[in-house]
Ligand binder design. Structure first.
Ligand SMILES: Cc1cc2nc3c(=O)[nH]c(=O)nc-3n(C[C@H](O)[C@H](O)[C@H](O)COP(=O)(O)O)c2cc1C
Length: 343
């Protein structure tokens, strides 16, 4: 198999494994269950006045919600992107596309990432593994994928442990911070950095913001475990080793708190294991600006697109209900709301 075919096949396998196998981290949670709002029995607002609207990357959006980077590159995953894009446009969510390394290697896959006609009004983000900056890709490639997808910004993902659990993964992460900085300095578009499910702590976030990164998506632990995903397509020894890493990573809530302590100002996305609108409300009260959902949405995107929209509406409703419960009617006010740790 050529390296290009390999990249395509890997994505198809990831989607299949995530849909069919148990890839949830074990012995670790998002940490949101440790936080509780102070319920307001007398909220001084009308439920109907609650607005979820916000602004991200200079676009006004109906919600502070995001579909996390997942797919693209094959006919099937292109179809998933179309379904996600259509739903994101309908509900006013931000759409993040899966890694576009495959699009750089295979021009015929471009259409599987070209979602602007399905989602003309929402922010669209393209995605690339930051490790590719150590493997010959540079700012020009980053610009190229932004143009292909007519995107508003680029996310570079940090997936060191995922690569380490792949039999021939790219594991030379040395010196990447400076390469990320060079991309930020060269391109005139917003660059974000995310993990893939093990989280980013405050010190790293501070360094990344300092290098010119516009936003960070913590992609913390408590949801999909990528050592677990890779274990289903790895060597016996790596598969066994993956069992020791089921509880690896920084819980999503801890990432948000730590980043807000060390970097109070940068734009921050909470994701990793989010399951409902109350998790979103807690994320925002802890300091996030947006909140993202990955695997939670994938099954319906593949098997039941009508249900996907319902699920997204439900998240929005839960978020509004939580805001009513604490007596705030805007995302800005929710960010000022106090929330306390119960454990
Ligand atoms: C099928 C699938 C494919 C993914 N592909 C990518 C990717 O290409 N780039 C990336 O940065 N993250 C990728 N992710 C990681 C997600 O964006 C997200 O960070 C991670 O799954 C944790 O969030 P969750 O617990 O809500 O799923 C993928 C996740 C899934 C489920």
């Amino acid at each position: 198999m050529t390296p290009q075919e390999n990249t395509k096949q890997r994505k198809a396998e990831h989607v299949k494994i995530v849909l069919e196998e148990d890839v949830q981290g074990k012995g670790i949670t998002t940490g949101f269950e440790d936080y509780r709002f102070l319920h307001q029995a007398l909220p001084d607002i009308d439920f109907d006045s609650i607005s979820l609207s916000t602004n991200f990357l200079n676009r006004d959006t109906n919600t502070p919600l995001l579909i996390s980077s997942m797919t693209g590159g094959t006919q099937e995953t292109g179809e998933i992107n179309r379904i996600l894009a259509t739903a994101a446009q309908a509900r006013g969510w931000t759409l993040a596309l899966g890694s576009m390394r495959v699009a750089i290697e295979n021009p015929e896959t471009h259409s599987t990432f070209q979602m602007r006609s399905y989602a003309p009004d929402i922010p669209i983000l393209v995605n690339l593994g930051a490790i590719q900056l150590n493997r010959g890709l540079d700012s020009d490639h980053c610009r190229q994928i932004v143009e292909i997808a007519e995107a508003d910004g680029l996310i570079l993902h940090l997936n060191s442990m995922q690569e380490a659990f792949q039999p021939s993964g790219d594991t030379n992460f040395a010196g990447l911070l400076h390469k990320i900085e060079a991309v930020c300095n060269t391109l005139q578009i917003p660059i974000g950095v995310k993990e893939v499910g093990w989280g980013i702590h405050g010190e790293i976030a501070k360094q990344l913001y300092h290098c010119g990164v516009h936003f960070i998506d913590v992609a913390g632990a408590g949801g999909t475990s990528w050592s677990q995903v890779e274990s289903f397509r790895s060597t016996p020894i790596l598969k066994n080793a993956a069992k020791a890493f089921l509880d690896w990573g920084i819980p999503t809530a801890d990432c948000i708190v730590d980043i807000r302590n060390k970097a109070p100002k940068g734009t921050l996305i909470a994701s990793g294991g989010l399951k409902n609108g109350v998790d979103v409300a807690k994320s925002i009260a802890l300091g996030a600006d947006l909140a993202g959902f990955g695997r939670y949405l994938l099954d319906d995107a593949v098997n039941n697109p009508a249900k996907l929209i319902e699920k997204m509406e439900q998240v929005e409703l839960e978020l509004k209900l939580a805001m009513f419960g604490v007596g705030v009617n805007s995302i800005q006010a929710l960010q000022q709301t106090s929330i306390h740790k119960i454990k």
